[in-house]
Design a binder for this molecule. Sequence first.
Ligand code: FAD
Length: 392
Amino acid sequence: MSRRDLHDVAVVGGGAVGAACALALARLGLDVCLVEAVRPPAWSPAEPDLRVYALAPDNVALLDGLDAWQSVRSARAQPYRRMRVWDAAGGDPLGFDADALARPELGWIVEHGLLVDMLWQSLLRSGVRLVCPARVEGLEHGEGAVALRLDDGRRVAARIAIAADGAASPLRRLAGIAAEARDYAQQGIVGYVQTERPHEATAWQRFLPTGPLALLPWVDGRCSIVWTLPADEAARVLALDDDGFARGITTAFDARLGGIRPTTRRVAFPLQRQLSATQHLGRVLVIGDAAHAVHPLAGQGVNLGLRDVSALRESILEAQHRRLSWDASHRLARWARTRRSENTVAAYAFDGINRLFSNDALAATLLRGHLLGIVGRAPPLVDLFWRRAAGG
Ligand SMILES: Cc1cc2nc3c(=O)[nH]c(=O)nc-3n(C[C@H](O)[C@H](O)[C@H](O)COP(=O)(O)OP(=O)(O)OC[C@H]3O[C@@H](n4cnc5c(N)ncnc54)[C@H](O)[C@@H]3O)c2cc1C
C-alpha cells in the first residue's frame, strides 16, 4: 500500500461513539477515515426519537469541544436538575440535587438521532474522509498497518483501526477478540408519556421486582420512559392498548406524578451485558458498545463509550506533546487496560444492582431497603456516587 492511501486511523461505525471518536482524533491533526454501513437519517423535530440518552457533564464537555454540543442544545435538549431513586418494597429514597452539588444541572437528556445527526454535520466540516455506505467485511494485517476490505470491493488502510461498530461488532470478530455475554432475559420499553403532575426537571427511577422504571424529563413537559421488564412481561405490556398501558405504567410508578398516559408508540429492545476480552489487540482498538454493552438502569451506555474516546484523545495528545509515537503498542495497551477496568467495574456494578433490585427474595428486599437510605443519608457517599456518574 502506498503512503498516500494510508490513513492514520480508520474508525468503523459512525454511531454516536464512532462519530465522536473520528472527530476527536481529526482535531488532533490525525488523518482519519470513517467507514459506516448506513448513512444516519437527518433528524426531524416533528417526531422525537424514542431512544434518548442522559448525557453526563464530562461528555457534554467532550461534545462541546467537537463543535457538536451547541447545535444539539439549541435544537432540543432537556437539562435534569434532580434525581430520585426509590424501591417499591419501601425504605428511604436516594436523591441527587444540582443545587446541593453546586451545579447548574446534573446532565442533559438528548435524542440519539439528533446527537448522531449533529456529529455528522460536524464531520462534514472536519476533513474526516467519510466512506458511507460501506460495510467492513475483511481485515488484513500488514507491516505497521491494517487494511479493511469493504463490501463494495474497496480497501481502506490505516495505522490503527477502531471498532465502534456496535454490540455485534463485525470488526471485533474479524480481529479475533472474544466477548463474554450475559442475556438478562429482560427488555427495555421506550416511548414518551404525559404525567398528570410536572416532572420538575427530575430523572425518576422506581425499582420493582420485575425491573426498574425510569421517567426522564423532556422539553415539552412530557417524560421519556425506560421500563425494564422480563421478556414475556414486556411482550404483554407492548401489546396493550393506550388505556391498558396507561393503567399499567401509572400503577408501576405508584402514581408518584399522578396518572400517566402514553403519547407515542412504544418499542422494546433486548438487554444484555457484554464485555470484550480486551479493547486492544495488535492494531485494532475496540470502543463503545463493541467493547461493552451494559444494563440501561444507570443511563451509562453511551456515556462509557464517549469516555473511551476522551481517554484515547488524552493518551494521543500526551504522546504528541512529548513528541512520542502516538500509536506505540504499550501506549495503546495502557489506554485499553484503564478503559477495560473502568468499563468492567461499571458493567458488573449495574449487573449487581439489577440482580439485587429486580428480585423479590426476602434477603434482597431487606438489604436494598437499607442500602438506598444509607447512601442517601451520607453526604460523602452521595457526592462519591454523583462524581462517578458524572465522569469526575
Ligand atoms: C433500540 C435501542 C434502544 C436503546 N436505548 C437506550 C437508552 O434509552 N439509553 C441508553 O443509554 N442506551 C440505550 N441503548 C444503548 C445505546 O444505544 C448504545 O449504548 C449506544 O448506541 C452505543 O453507541 P455506539 O456508537 O458504540 O454503537 P451503535 O449506536 O450501535 O453504532 C454502531 C454503528 O456501526 C455501524 N456498523 C455496524 N457494522 C458495521 C460494519 N460492518 N461496517 C461499517 N459500519 C458498521 C452501524 O450501522 C452503526 O451506525 C439502546 C440501544 C438500542 C439498540
